[in-house]
Design a protein. Structure first.
Length: 230
């Protein structure tokens, strides 16, 4: 390689690296000043998709789950958590945040996209429940087969399937997923499910035991002066 060719090569390489650095920097979400224990409102950072909440909106007691839809542990705990949060629906607000462990679960992000796409049509929790409760049906699917199954779920929920298909991989949905992951990374989430009750991480011995989880919730409700459910 002569001197001119070598110079051109260096300039080209430096230019490519600069572009990569710029795009890498743009893909990073800065949540350094975000209070991860607070309910997140819709913003540009999260694709204008706020935290998904079930139960008592604005309650002084908040249970947050960082979950992965393909995670077997999350799937097995889903019905227990659903039952408890429904029991405390008038006292507690439950927030679900996306933390797909894509290196372990290749379909996790696609499943997450399906729930968020349904959320854009007001059916987040319906799809959330369906995705978890049919985990064995889609966990080994790929490509078109996986998408078609998710679209069939959307159709059963009465969604506009054309919009749903478009939203599955939209910028807004991707931004929401990335934002949730950034919040989880900030507090060192490295496994799913992980639960925080009023900002305190719950031990697996607590969240995996219905009685202990209810006791923990009851303690927080009493601190907040909120009457326990009957």
């Amino acid at each position: 390689m002569n001197k001119i060719s070598w110079t051109i090569f260096i300039v080209f390489t430096v230019g490519v690296l600069a572009v990569l650095i710029i795009f890498s920097g743009n893909s990073q979400i800065d949540v350094s000043k975000v209070n991860v224990n607070a309910v997140q409102a819709a913003s540009k950072q999260n694709g204008n998709i706020a935290d998904h909440i079930s139960g008592k909106l604005g309650s002084k007691v908040t249970l947050i789950e960082y979950g992965d839809f393909q995670c077997p542990g999350c799937g097995s705990e889903h019905l227990h958590i659903k039952a408890i949060t429904e029991q405390y629906a008038d006292q507690l607000q439950f927030v679900f945040r996306n933390f797909p462990l894509v290196s372990l679960h290749p379909n996790a992000k696609a499943a997450t996209g399906a729930t968020e796409a349904a959320g854009l049509q007001g059916k987040y929790w319906d799809m959330h429940n369906k995705i978890y409760e049919s985990q064995s049906d889609w966990e080994n699917l790929t490509g078109t087969d996986r998408t078609n199954l998710f679209v069939s779920y959307a159709k059963a929920l009465g969604l506009n399937t054309t919009k749903f298909n478009t939203d599955l991989s939209s910028t807004a949905v991707n931004d929401k997923i990335s934002y949730d992951q950034a919040l989880g990374n900030k507090i060192g989430i490295n496994e799913t499910p992980t639960f925080y009750l009023d900002g305190v991480k719950l031990d697996s011995k607590v969240w995996s035991n219905d009685t202990k989880l209810k006791d923990a919730i009851n303690t927080e409700l009493k601190k907040a002066g909120i009457a326990l459910p009957n």
